[in-house]
Design a protein around this ligand. Structure first.
Ligand code: SF4
Ligand code: SF4
Length: 659
């Protein structure tokens, strides 16, 4: 905001979803009204929009997670050849996920810089995220290239104090008004021009070494006279640097180990490394980084080229590293402490708490359970119905349903008790892989298996349309189940094209228009389209049974419409404090009555987390926890009890005026 960014676009993804949301909120304020913001359909479009804006001279930003870089990569490789527009610095904020905690892989997005030559800034603290982002604009405009600011979950979710400057009013408008300036040689990468642009890119990237705006830093301020030669120096950066400093301070070891902190991760700046090594003449160098040995290999190459012979160790001896040399998962305090114990030949002070043991002990206090849906979520109803129909078809007809999973809240259908996911790869791969499986089943006339691909509304728009068209083109024998909850719900209810016009975020770039998925897929020529509500379990089961057990070949689509209950509740509470249409003074309760014979269907097969167990008169009983039950927005469990023991009670019905 301080940098006067004039255009922002994103496709939300953990750990950086909030960055886009904050910019969107800012764009709605008086001060931020100059900011054009878009929740794009996917990351490639988000990046392409941002480069378009940069070519008109507006400072621009695009935000996505590491997996989004794969989607944007096609455009990025060539955008680097073209570079940015005059004065239109372009920052790409990318959130990695080394632990794959909310991603299907833990790929090292930093490595994209090796083949795109995208410069990467690597903040370690909240303050540096703030500072580096502003500096990134200066660097981007100096080099005329996009610049990436890289973060990971621990840093993204951290809070810290910054000292902000004043946000200038309408800064982009104070400069020259934006105007697209043609630059045929740079923007049209055809024939010889692509290679000429590549050559210029290679020359430009080298200029990073001369930058005065930001450099790598030596972190060593001894309070006593250091020895002439150091046993160990450390090269690191980003969040691992922060942990390292924390541990060294905790153990009073700040005076022992000089650290080179890399603020610029790509390109590597050889001078900063060779000068550091010449200054401290270390017996060995330890490189601490997450995932692939990128810094480690760059340091080794730099020293080799400079004729400096010092052993360089990565974190390879630690148990968190695979035999291939790649470090597994997120680096933690325990991990770095373990490495330091190996390399620093001094005794760590006694009497310190064994935090690792404490953490292990505290894990035992946590409730152990599979990841599951929120209480009141319609996806639970869909997966419950799917599991029941799949079991019945298997048992009665010998038909084996194969489920292609995809990315979104409904990914949780992979967990017990539903187990309705046979693969999970990336956005759109539920139906993409279904194409291949269905084609083979068809070619070999295998009739006892049927492929059901699952996809959410925003994933359909992001990456599902092309594989759907591929299936429709061949009329493949696939059922596509679209779970439409009207939001990009998993990342914080960002807008989806199917969004309901008066809901939160609904006007974020869609001008209030709603794209109805059933109409959209009918217009594509889908032979069969069925529409069913997500809270009507009997109708869901009936539809699934009818569609899956058909003998006819061809692509069928079932659209399940049900607005995310969490969003409905929030909106209702903000607007009316109670669900719209309900009566003032009316109280609704869903309860399990005393005649429950404990058949376990509601607890074990349906699995709503508002259904809990307790002990009563010495025996285990089930009850519905009022504080978490979403009764006014749900009531789904009323039909699942085979013994009719789940009941609805309305106190003071029709008590007064309607909300
Ligand atoms: S009404 Fe039933 S299914 Fe819905 S949240 Fe409450 S307990 Fe769960
Ligand atoms: S499904 Fe009905 S009978 Fe079975 S445990 Fe739940 S409330 Fe009791």
């Amino acid at each position: 905001m301080e940098a006067g960014v004039g255009f922002g676009s994103t496709y939300p993804g953990t750990p950086v979803s909030d960055v886009g949301d904050i910019l969107y909120e800012y764009s709605k304020t008086e001060q931020g009204k100059h900011l054009i913001f878009d929740y794009a359909i996917n990351e490639k479009v988000a990046l392409e929009e941002a480069i378009g804006s940069s070519w008109t001279g507006l400072r621009s930003v695009v935000i996505f997670k590491h997996l989004g870089m794969n989607v944007a990569a096609d455009a990025l490789h060539t955008i680097m050849y073209s570079g940015i527009g005059n004065g239109g610095g372009l920052i790409i904020i990318v959130g990695g996920d080394p632990d794959a905690s909310s991603s299907t892989n833990a790929e090292d997005v930093r490595l994209y810089s090796k083949h795109t030559h995208l410069p990467i800034l690597f903040p370690s603290t909240v303050e540096e995220c703030y500072k580096f982002t502003k500096i990134a604009y200066t660097i981007s405009e100096y080099l005329k290239l996009p610049v990436m600011v890289y973060t990971t979950p621990k840093l993204s979710f951290m809070t810290g104090i910054i000292t902000p400057n004043r946000i200038p009013n309408n800064l982009p408008l104070k400069r020259d008004p934006p105007k697209f300036e043609r630059n045929f040689e740079r923007f049209v990468n055809a024939r010889h021009l692509a290679l000429e642009n590549k050559e210029r890119l290679m020359e430009t990237v080298k200029k990073v070494e001369e930058l005065k705006f930001l450099s790598n830093e030596v972190d060593f301020f001894p309070t006593r006279k250091p020895t002439n030669r150091f046993d160990l120096v450390i090269i690191t950066g980003g969040y691992p640097y922060l942990i390292l400093k924390d541990i060294l301070s905790q153990y009073g070891l700040n005076d022992i180990v000089p650290i080179l902190k890399l603020n610029i991760l790509y390109p590597i700046i050889p001078k900063s490394i060779t000068e550091f090594v010449k200054e401290f003449i270390p017996r060995q160098i330890l490189v601490i980084e997450e995932l692939e040995p990128m810094i480690e290999n760059d340091v080794k190459t730099t020293l080799f080229d400079a004729n400096l012979s010092v052993p360089v160790k990565g974190v390879w001896e630690s148990p968190k590293k695979y035999s291939t040399g790649v470090q597994k998962g997120e680096i933690t305090h325990f991990h770095i402490e373990e490495i330091l114990r190996k390399y620093i030949k001094i005794r760590f002070p006694n009497g310190l708490k064994d935090y690792k043991k404490e953490l292990e002990n505290s894990k035992n206090l946590l409730l152990q359970r599979e990841p599951t849906f929120c209480p009141g979520c319609s996806h639970r109803n869909v997966f419950y119905a799917l599991r029941r129909v799949a079991n019945e078809l298997k048992h009665k007809n010998g038909l084996d349903l194969i489920f292609g999973g995809d990315i979104g809240c409904y990914t949780l259908g992979m967990s017990p008790p539903w187990l309705v996911t046979d693969w999970l790869i990336c956005m759109g791969a539920g139906i993409g892989i279904a194409n291949g499986v269905a084609k083979v089943l068809n070619a070999y006339q295998i009739n006892n298996q049927h492929v059901v691909a699952l996809i959410g509304d925003s994933t359909l728009f992001h990456s599902g349309i092309t594989p759907l068209l591929n299936a429709l083109k061949q009329n493949l024998n696939i059922t596509l189940l679209v779970l439409n909850n009207y939001y990009v719900a998993m990342t914080g209810h960002q807008p989806s094209l199917s969004g309901i016009p008066d809901s939160h975020h609904s006007n974020a770039g869609f001008q209030g228009k709603q794209l109805k998925i059933e109409d959209f897929v009918r217009n594509l020529g889908t032979p069969q389209v069925h529409v069913v509500g997500g809270y009507d379990i009997p109708q869901l089961e009936k539809t699934f049974m009818n569609v899956f057990s058909q003998n006819t070949q061809g692509t069928r689509i079932i659209v399940v419409n049900a607005e995310c209950a969490l969003a409905v509740k929030r909106i209702a509470e903000q607007k009316w404090s109670k669900p719209r249409g309900s009566q003032r003074g009316e109280e609704l309760y869903i309860q399990i009555n005393e005649s429950c014979p404990m058949c376990h269907e509601c607890f074990e097969e349906f699995g709503c987390t508002a259904i809990k167990q307790t002990k009563k008169d010495g025996r285990v009983v089930y009850y519905i926890d009022e504080s978490s039950c979403m009764r006014e927005y749900c009531e789904a469990c009323l039909v699942i009890c085979p013994n009719h023991c789940i009941e609805k009670t309305i106190i003071n019905p029709k008590g007064g005026e309607t909300y």
